[in-house]
Ligand binder design. Structure first.
Ligand code: NDP
Length: 302
């Protein structure tokens, strides 16, 4: 079994290198590729050619343009990386009869209401990033019937920069933090997403579980304010010395922090389709975040 992985240096791509390994030979490409193999999603033809040359049984695409605010001023670049090239790669995979796994986002929805979004709810993105991700989902699904499009939310990983690390740094420097409390969703670990991907892909390759779009997010919900407080509580439990404790995190509305890209208020995702189709359980978000805090804090006991 040969699996071609794109975007291997990102949060999810890095974890996929680990989780896909037991399934077979993983050829993992970053933006700079490997020899003649092209991994640059600004080059749709080069990426499609790489798929044809390698002839994998599955392609997993973790490459994406993820700079949500910057995308507002770079829509063409975001569209190429998030939609055009994934579509071309999925089409090349279809020629081989290979599966194509692709990731999308809660940002395809407009964030109205409070009900968790189901896969078939009408998308209506609020920003350029969301529009390019929606276009990507559609191009992948149209190009290759053997697709898994996994929509997720609020991804974090122990490796690289993330919201929890930023909160910890600010709480050591400042006596008070202000964090928005009107955007709801579930922080989802890149490790969980990568593990779910491997299980779902294995089922799909074995003819169990259907192609389609699935929501994948940790169970439960919070908002960024609740998430920040949880991070600081966990850090204090592990002996981290903070200037601002959880009580000094003040809730503020999103309107207090205008950003180039509008963000949805309701990012809750209903994951029952994935759990039913693949027999998978998704743990509460607190479990993964607590684990990540333990991994990144030098003071944390095992
Ligand atoms: P990261 O930003 O951590 O990683 C993105 C990856 O894409 C990096 O490896 C990056 O490489 C690569 N990339 C960027 N530009 C190009 C290019 N021109 N050609 C090839 N690769 C490129 O993202 P995540 O791992 O967090 O996201 C994985 C998926 O999950 C994406 O589809 C994303 O849209 C989706 N998602 C993410 C969420 C989040 O909160 N992060 C939330 C919801 C969905 P390099 O390091 O070289 O730039």
């Amino acid at each position: 079994m040969k699996i071609l992985l794109f975007g291997c240096t990102g949060q999810v791509g890095w974890e996929l290198q680990r989780s896909l390994a037991p399934l077979g030979d993983v050829v993992a490409l970053g933006t700079s590729g490997q020899g003649a193999l092209c991994g640059d999603f600004l080059d749709a033809e080069g990426v499609a050619r790489t798929v044809r040359e390698l002839r994998p049984q599955a392609v997993v695409n973790a490459a994406a343009y993820t700079a949500v605010d910057k995308a507002e001023s770079e829509p063409d670049r975001a569209q190429r990386i998030n939609a055009l090239t994934p579509g071309a790669a999925a089409a090349a995979a279809a020629e081989l009869g290979a599966w194509f796994v692709h990731y999308s986002t809660d940002y395809v929805f407009d964030g109205s209401g409070t009900r968790p979004w189901k896969e078939d709810d009408a998308p209506d993105p609020l920003n350029v990033y969301g529009r390019t991700k929606l276009a990507g989902e559609r191009q992948v699904a149209a190009a290759n019937p053997r697709h898994l499009v996994l929509r997720t939310s609020w991804v974090y990983a122990a490796r690289g920069a993330n919201f929890a690390k930023t909160m910890l740094r600010l709480a050591r420097e400042r006596e008070q933090l202000k964090v928005v409390d009107d955007q709801f969703g579930a922080p989802t670990g890149a490790d969980l997403l990568a593990d779910v991907t491997a299980h779902a892909l294995r089922s799909a390759l074995a003819g169990r579980g259907q192609a389609g779009t699935y929501h994948v997010a940790a169970a439960g919900e919070t908002n960024w304010h609740g998430y920040a407080r949880f991070v600081l509580q966990a850090a204090q439990r592990h002996g981290d010395i903070l200037k601002a404790g959880p009580e000094q995190v003040l809730p503020v509305p999103s309107s207090a922090y205008p950003t180039p890209a509008r963000r949805p208020h309701n990012s809750r995702l209903d994951t029952s389709r994935l759990r039913d189709a693949f027999g998978l359980a998704l743990p509460p978000w607190e479990q993964g975040v607590a684990r990540m805090i333990q991994e990144i804090l030098p003071t944390a006991a095992p």
